[in-house]
Structures are given as C-alpha cells and as structure tokens.
Design a protein around this ligand. Structure first.
Ligand code: G4P
Ligand code: NA
Ligand code: NA
Length: 194
C-alpha cells in the first residue's frame, strides 16, 4: 500500500536492524485517515473470503481492525493481555512468547463472541515472529471457528513469522512488507498485489 510505505519513509524511525518505530501514526498517536485507507485495503484484499468477524489483540491492532470492520460491516473483537474484572466466563486463552522480551504472556477472549460457524479475519499491526498471530489462530480454532485470513499492517519479512504462517496454509496479506532495516534504511519488498 503506497500511502503506508510513504508514511513509513517519512515518519518511521529505524531504531536498529530489527525495530521500526512508527508511533507518530500507528503505535501511539494514530492517524485516522490512514487507518481508514488501511481498512479499505484489508476489505479489498479479503473480498473473496466470507468474513463474519475480525479478531485482533490490544492495543495497536485495534485501530486498523476497527477500520477494516467498518468497511466489511462485521464486529471486531480484541484479545486482552490482562485479566479483566468482568471477562471471566467461558474464556479462551493462548500463550504468546515474545522473542525480544523473552517472556510468555497469556491472552484471552470470551468464547461468547466466537461461534463455531464464524469465519475470522485476524488483524495485527506488526508481524515479526508470528507468535501473536499464531496465538489468535489457536483461540479461533479452540472456539471451533475458522481462520479466513491474517491481515498485517507492517510485516518485517526478514523475520520468520510470515514464512511460518504461510507454511501453515494461512492466507497472509500485509499492507507493507519490509525486507531490511539495515544501516538505518527501510527497504520494502515489491508487492505483487499492487
Ligand atoms: P518479538 O517476538 O519480536 O518481540 O515480537 P512480538 O510479536 O512478541 O512483539 C512484541 C511487541 O512488539 C508487539 O507489540 C509487536 O506489535 C511489537 N513489535 C514487533 N516488532 C516491532 C517493530 O519493529 N516496531 C514496533 N513499533 N513494534 C514492533 P505489543 O507489545 O503487543 O504492543 P501494542 O500492541 O500494545 O502496541
Ligand atoms: Na505494538
Ligand atoms: Na501488536
């Protein structure tokens, strides 16, 4: 998605060979107009799938997921990272291992919002090692629902998450695919869908 690549070039900060800071439009301050365009792009990329709901994870997945849900006219559910006072019944949980933080965290979703006949689009802001997406997919499968696809805002294609998810047979679509962050420079993979 050209507008996103443009914004990454203009406003992204390369913090090292593996980390891109995008908190002026995605991870802290949010650009609603750009999110809206991303929602339209996700809706277009998954137009062949009969999506009934979108599942993401708090917090940075929520903005793009809601915009996709607006375009696709489906509800959006976000997995919680912390235990909720009111979210206690019928919990579906999964573990997410963070390679950078070297810790495992439990995420949870209420089973009451996922039905066995749901066809779920998983959305997240970053794809690195794929652990968050795999945990969301496990929750979908534990609910007896199916994963219709995985939509990612920024895929770091030099890490192994994309390969892992595609090898498992998931349809993964990323709005920007970064091939390298070496030498403080952002390089994109050419996107065959554009
Ligand atoms: P990891 O194993 O490489 O640590 O990746 P993991 O998927 O566990 O990511 C940990 C957090 O870091 C996630 O956010 C993820 O979105 C984010 N992340 C991964 N790579 C990058 C990157 O290059 N740039 C930025 N800005 N974030 C990245 P989170 O902690 O769940 O936070 P949030 O969703 O509340 O923002
Ligand atoms: Na994040
Ligand atoms: Na995230």
């Amino acid at each position: 998605m050209k507008a996103l690549e443009q914004r990454i070039i203009e406003a992204g900060k390369v913090l090292g060979p593996t980390v891109l800071k995008v908190d002026s439009f995605l991870n802290h301050q949010i650009d609603p107009q750009l999110m809206y365009e991303m929602g339209k792009e996700f809706s277009y990329l998954f137009r062949e799938e009969k999506i009934t709901k979108i599942l993401t994870i708090e917090s940075s997945g929520i903005a793009p997921a809601v915009m996709a849900g607006l375009q696709m006219n489906v509800p959006v559910i976000f997995a919680r990272k912390r235990k909720s006072l009111t979210l206690t019944d019928n919990l579906l949980t999964a573990h997410v291992y963070s390679f950078t933080k070297k810790e495992t965290n439990e995420i949870s979703v209420s089973g009451s919002f996922l039905n066995h006949d749901d066809s779920i689009l998983i959305i997240d802001d970053f794809l690195a090692n794929g652990e968050a997406a795999l945990a969301l997919a496990k929750i979908v499968e534990d609910a007896g629902a199916s994963v219709a696809g995985i939509g990612i805002v920024i895929e770091k294609a030099f890490q192994n998450g994309g390969k892992k998810l595609r090898e498992k047979g998931f349809k993964v679509e990323s709005l920007a695919r970064i091939s390298s962050l070496e030498n403080g420079q952002v390089e994109f993979l050419s996107n065959e869908l554009e």
